[in-house]
Design a protein around this ligand. Structure first.
Ligand code: MSP
Length: 650
């Protein structure tokens, strides 16, 4: 089985930003996923270097277009290793072999009679590098570039796109997976329900010289889209070549919604005219905004991937973008959102599971993976959840539902954390008779980590490699590289010797996240003895980490507050955490309602609901009790910086 996955080739008039990074991370993740599924994969990205926009940008800097293109193209190429993106091919439209093939195709389509010369006047948007129809304008402006298009009248060459309209409609209707998600397929079909105009595919050299010359008229260069789309073929050595034969039949393109029309209409009609089979799938995603605002140079909120990697780490960035965006819909980037994902999903859930499990394997099994011997407790459920996760993960990764795939993975992470709590390995360790059970529980945890490393590898390659190294598994072992071989449960070999494990997300202090009895293995003998003595809850006023973990504290924002009639003490608060809930709080003597609206407070989110003065209260607000002039005052607990509403407090 083979996979060919491409990203758009990016214009070299601007430096890489979060949007380019996302599409390319998606394609990279998909290619890695297909590789662990045992497929022969080719992943291509590159740069689109001709056209008005680039000529203009070069002119502004007073350099030749090629020199300018070399510089920005280099920036894209240098960005990918920083993002752990590993394409097999980086194509540039200024490559000589690409230019030659574009000219050959133009000549063939011309000879066939699908290109003709005509007079044309239309509304041209430089940002889109295409003519817009009246219908597309919003208040006279291009909706994407918020600028009026230019009225241009000139003689040009046209591609008979209309000739292939019906054939394209038939193809889309017969192949529901040709364009996904469905909303974009519907958008294209709706556009195609009106007669299609032919496509202007040339620019006179009097207006633009920075392009590929038409082979049949030296006074014209080809239109940038006709040049750019063909990259998907030239990168495979089209028209001959083994790679073309092997990969073209399975071509899948990833794009954002901005370039849907060129990919869903121009490109397939071009292919029909060229008598080349259509690509297999077009995957269309939404737009990244920043703090719910469109990312733009003029607003000054453009997010650069390199800076994100420096601030949060590459795996956090990859995980965040794939988990946060529902593929097909828009999403908003904010530092609060990425920090919240990092702290809760990565540091707390995954990082904690990994460090606790390995610390216990070190402590109770001398760092050697034991053999499972005695099934019991919720072992069966754990294995079932692992199998279920694998099925959901595979299905969702295959269909570009990355957020769903990751959600399924985190169901296993979360169940495994619970599995530790319910099986209490530290208690089993105190009873020699429970040794077989202890070893089984720890084996299952190690097996969970192996499986997690395997499925997380496409998304977070560095983290997965660290996990594999910590588990003492060889980096090239099939059990952590191939779903078919490594997928099933009970794959990890007992006897595997663990290696020194670095924390996965170093910001977290592992010690704080471990139960008292599980603290690091190099404790002194005296401390060990003490630790082995069971410490019942509440004796000495101490609770275990597990007990603490049962209390779910979250950051909530107060959106409304009012006094409760007949009560001097109570305020009725409406908070977002992130779901909306009502909390009745005994703070009326200390705060006026208007003082608390807008505050981010800490709440106990999993408190059993109770009725206070007939009002159901869903949770409790935390406040410090302090003495001022002999009187008790309540001061609401809050966070030192605003965070995403609903963030957990650990
Ligand atoms: N050169 C053309 C594509 C030719 S492909 C044959 C082009 N280049 S571009 O530099 O403008 O890149 C557009 C693509 O960048 C989008 O389709 C998407 O993949 C990515 N993104 C740019 N901004 C984006 C967001 N704000 N959000 C998500 N992705 C976006 O169009």
């Amino acid at each position: 089985m083979t996979t060919y996955i491409t990203t758009p080739i990016y214009y070299v008039n601007a430096q890489p930003h979060l949007g380019h990074a996302y599409t390319t991370i998606v394609a990279d993740t998909y290619s890695r996923f297909r590789r662990i599924s045992g497929e022969d994969v080719r992943f291509q990205t590159g740069t689109d270097e001709h056209g008005d926009k680039i000529a203009e940008a070069a002119d502004k800097e007073d350099v030749a277009p090629k020199e300018y293109a070399d510089r920005i193209s280099g920036m894209f190429r240098d960005t990918w290793p920083i993002l752990q993106v590993e394409p097999d091919n980086f194509i540039r439209t200024t490559d000589a072999d690409h230019i030659a093939v574009v000219q050959e195709i133009l000549q063939n389509v011309y000879d066939k009679g699908d290109i003709y010369f005509d007079e044309y006047s239309g509304l041209y948007c430089r940002g889109c590098e295409r003519f817009l129809t009246e219908k597309e304008l919003v208040d006279g402006n291009c909706p994407d570039h918020q600028q009026p298009p230019q009225e241009i009248a000139e003689q040009n060459y046209f591609f008979r796109m209309s000739k292939y309209q019906q054939q394209l409609i038939n193809h889309i209707k017969a192949n529901p997976e040709f364009i996904t998600p469905e909303r974009y397929r519907n958008e294209v079909l709706s556009f195609l329900s009106e007669p299609l105009e032919d496509l202007c595919i040339s620019r006179p050299k009097t207006r633009l010289t920075w392009g590929i010359e038409l082979p049949f008229d030296e006074n014209f260069v080809t239109y940038v889209w006709f040049d750019a789309l063909i990259n998907y073929l030239t990168g495979l050595g089209y028209p001959d070549g083994e790679k073309y034969e092997k990969f073209w039949p399975v071509a899948e393109h990833v794009i954002a919604k901005d370039i849907l029309k060129p990919h869903a209409i121009y490109w397939p009609t071009m292919l029909l005219s060229m008598e080349v089979p259509l690509y297999k799938k077009l995957h269309v995603h939404g737009y990244w905004n920043v703090d719910n605002t469109k990312m733009s140079k003029s607003i000054g909120n453009v997010v650069r991937p390199k800076e994100l990697v420096e601030a949060y780490g590459i795996d956090t960035l990859r995980y965040f973008t794939l988990r946060e965006m529902s593929f097909g819909l828009d999403a908003s980037f904010s530092s609060e959102a990425i920090v919240s994902r990092k702290n809760s999903d990565l540091a707390n859930d995954l990082g904690n599971l990994y460090s606790r499990s390995l610390a216990m394997l070190q402590k109770y099994c001398n760092g050697v993976v034991p053999a499972p011997q005695q099934e019991g407790g919720n072992d069966k459920q754990l294995a079932e959840i692992a199998e279920k996760m694998l099925a959901a993960y595979t299905k969702n990764m295959e269909t570009f539902q990355f957020h769903r795939g990751l959600k399924a993975v985190w169901e296993l992470v979360s169940y495994a954390n619970k599995y530790i709590v319910t099986n209490e390995p530290w208690a089993l360790a105190k009873d020699e008779g429970q040794r077989p059970r202890l070893e089984t529980v720890l084996y299952n945890l190690a097996e969970c980590l192996r499986l997690l490393a395997l499925v997380l590898k496409p998304v977070m390659p560095e983290t997965a490699d660290k996990m594999v190294a910590g588990l003492g598994i060889a980096a090239d072992d099939a059990s952590v590289n191939l779903l078919a071989v490594g997928g099933a449960w009970n794959v990890l070999n007992p006897g595997t010797v663990l290696q020194k494990a670095d924390p996965l997300f170093p910001r977290v202090d592992v010690k704080q996240h471990m139960g008292k009895d599980e603290k690091k293995s190099d404790t002194s003998k005296k401390e060990k003895k003490k630790a082995n003595k069971s410490v019942p809850a509440n004796a000495e006023g101490l609770i275990t980490f597990e007990q603490f973990q049962q209390v779910e504290i979250r950051v909530a924002e107060v959106v409304a507050a009012e006094k409760i009639k007949k009560s001097d003490r109570l305020l009725k608060l409406t908070v977002k955490a992130p779901e909306e809930r009502t909390i009745v709080a005994g703070i009326a003597e200390h705060y006026a309602p208007e003082e608390v609206v807008g505050l981010q407070v800490l709440i106990v989110a999993n408190l059993k609901p109770a009725k206070l003065m007939g009002i159901p209260s869903q949770g409790m607000v935390l406040a410090a009790k302090t003495e001022v002039d002999g009187e008790t005052r309540l001061v609401l607990a809050t966070v030192s910086k605003p965070v995403a509403v609903g963030s957990t407090v650990a």
